[in-house]
Design a protein around this ligand. Structure first.
Ligand code: 8IG
Length: 289
């Protein structure tokens, strides 16, 4: 199922002569995720999950196309999660049976701008890894810099620029981010839907949207999509050895491009309008992961 071996996995907890990296020590974020995964297995009755999905702004209505929900738990019933804070995000995790596989679907995420810290942002990703998931699909709603991406257009994330200035990784663990957004999975997505475009996702800390000058900077540094999530989660997923697929739903043109102001209600509406396309897309992609 494409599980990527972590380049440092062999020395984790290994030789006493090496500095140990990424070890699951007591009180580590990985241990907290392990605890959450155990509670998740108990509450869902599903021992092991295979593929995780994080549904961002505009993606929630797509959940029913994935398969049959077998259980739903509140994130607050698991160790390490705090309550969801944004309208349009509910703090639930659903276990979905899809063919022979168990999907772990996060109906919300913790955003960096909530100020709960980077470990809180990536706790769901680490919990998914601890629950057995070898692949994670990270979705988001975002602003787009190409005028051909009208609101409601899904775009594959080909790479990212992390402008939070933060990493979810602590210590001297130099994780490789080449091909972070799996070219294998992107190629598969384009087989499913040849009209899918791709672009570089730029994460700002938020919660404010960008100024038109900042969007000018994004263009200059090679970005095509702007949002407030995903990059820290993708890094944590790679650290945990998962294969990552990132899909953005462009819900608005980035600031200064259309001449209209940005607002959150429009973002949610673009998501609702695109729901059936996103459901169809995920419903066809996930069985092929
Ligand atoms: I939905 O235009 C959504 N999220 N930073 N900029 C940023 N985040 C977003 C945007 C946007 N649209």
């Amino acid at each position: 199922m494409g599980r990527i071996r972590h380049p440092f996995a062999d020395i984790s907890g290994g030789s006493p002569h090496r500095t140990t990296v990424c070890r699951v020590t007591q009180d580590s974020p990985q241990q907290l995720a392990q605890d959450a995964a155990e509670k998740l297995a108990e509450l869902t009755g599903v021992d092991r999950h295979d593929v995780a999905l994080v549904l961002g702004s505009g993606w929630l209505p797509a959940v029913d196309a994935l398969g049959e929900a077998t259980a739903e738990v509140a994130t607050t019933d698991l160790p390490g999660f705090s309550a969801a804070a944004v309208a349009g995000h509910s703090g639930k995790i659903r276990s979905v049976r899809a063919g022979e596989r168990n999907l772990l679907v996060f109906l919300s995420r913790t955003h960096y701008y909530e100020g709960k810290g980077v470990d809180a942002v990536v706790h769901g990703v680490r919990t998914a890894a601890a629950a057995g998931c070898g692949t994670i699909v990270l979705t988001n709603g975002c602003g787009g810099l190409k005028e051909t991406w009208t609101p409601g257009t899904p775009v594959l994330i080909s790479d990212h620029i992390n402008l939070t200035g933060r990493s979810p990784i602590a210590g001297a663990n130099f994780v490789d981010l080449t091909d972070l957004y799996s070219s294998r999975l992107r190629a598969m997505c384009r087989e499913v839907d040849p009209s899918l475009d791709e672009g570089v996702y730029v994460q700002f800390p938020g919660p404010h949207y960008e100024t038109p000058a900042e969007i000018g900077m994004v263009r200059a540094i090679g970005g095509h999509l702007v949002g407030m999530s995903t990059t820290l989660e993708a890094i944590a997923a790679r650290e945990a050895g998962m294969e990552v697929l990132g899909i953005s739903l462009v819900t608005n043109l980035a600031a200064g491009i259309s001449g209209e102001p940005l607002n959150h209600a429009e973002v949610l509406e673009a998501g609702r309008a695109a729901a059936s396309r996103m459901g169809d897309l995920l419903g066809r992609i996930v069985p092929r992961i």
